[in-house]
Design a binder for this molecule. Sequence first.
Ligand code: FNR
Length: 364
Amino acid sequence: ARHVFYHDAPILQLEAFIMESPHAQRKNEHLSLAAKLYAKNHETHPFDDVQLVHNPLPEINLADVSTTVQLGPLTLEQPFYIEAMTGGSKQSAQINQKLAQVAAKHHLAMATGSASIMIKDPATADSFKVVRREDPDGLVFANLSASATRKQAQAAIDALNADALELHVNAVQELTMADGDRNFHWLINISQLTRALDVPVIVKEVGFGMSKEAIQALTDMGVTLINVSGRGGTNFANIENRRNRHEDLHELLDWGQTTPESLLEARQGRSNSTTIISSGGVCSPLDVVKSGVLGAQAVGVAGYFLNILQHQGIDALDDEISRWEVELPRLLALLGCSSFTDLSRKPFVLHGATYEYALQRHLI
Ligand code: FNR
């Protein structure tokens, strides 16, 4: 019989939510559309263009492999973690509760979705705080827009007792939303927040990737933790288009750099003190390893884990993460790496569109 570790304890104050507020509704639509469009958004898998080079003489003992990684001052037991998704509605409280239970059991770091809804409507705070309640000792990252004020950022950090703050840069998503932001002067604010806050700040995209120029600009502003979050997984142009039939921006459906392309860009835009995080379309331990070979020091997974939770339930997600925990050290051993960071010294071969991209952008 399965060892049951989770529970469905009532989430306090849930009934106080203004369930049908347009903001809460939007959060529910993101969850249901991420699930509905999952297959369409995963028709292609850019990581397939990245080939690793087999070494038949790994000269290593699997017992000597460690999966621990360093994210600035934070130590992660596994290089992969649950990336920012939700909060702000009853449904998202339930999802956050389950994700946090899995994160706690497997000692994975976890980011919540954007806390801006909580700042607009404090009654929704419990749908975020449930994460800290379920995972009191784990690494929890808060998430806000890169236009957040210092006060808002501190409030989000305090609500979760967060170990880090993710600031998302999501110009494509905002422009595809009828009521989205239209002012994208973010750099100075990011720089100020990075200096003012006493937790590490991670700047992340939401699935459209980054360029070496952007990474260089962030680095120049004092940002040391950058999540390239590239194309190839959850596609917010597609999701927002479905929500918002009258203002379609279909041109943006294929916009942006894939995750492998973004990681290649990062190898040039970064400085020695930059830590690069991979996310966007990561669906397997092999994708985690390929991210490491391309220079990532940690890997966020959003849509893939959410899809398992939504379609197969928490037991299936628990099992899947157990599988990743077994396979990841095996892949490291096969590549002769005793740590995840060692991967960045391993050779790789690029194929297809990723190869052409890398050539024309002078990345290889
Ligand atoms: C997201 N993502 C996201 N990112 C962010 O910074 N703040 C947010 O509030 C959200 N909300 C959100 C909701 C849902 C339902 C999904 C699936 C995703 C983006 C996420 O963190 C990640 O950057 C992208 O989804 C790409 O990774 P995957 O999904 O391809 O693994």
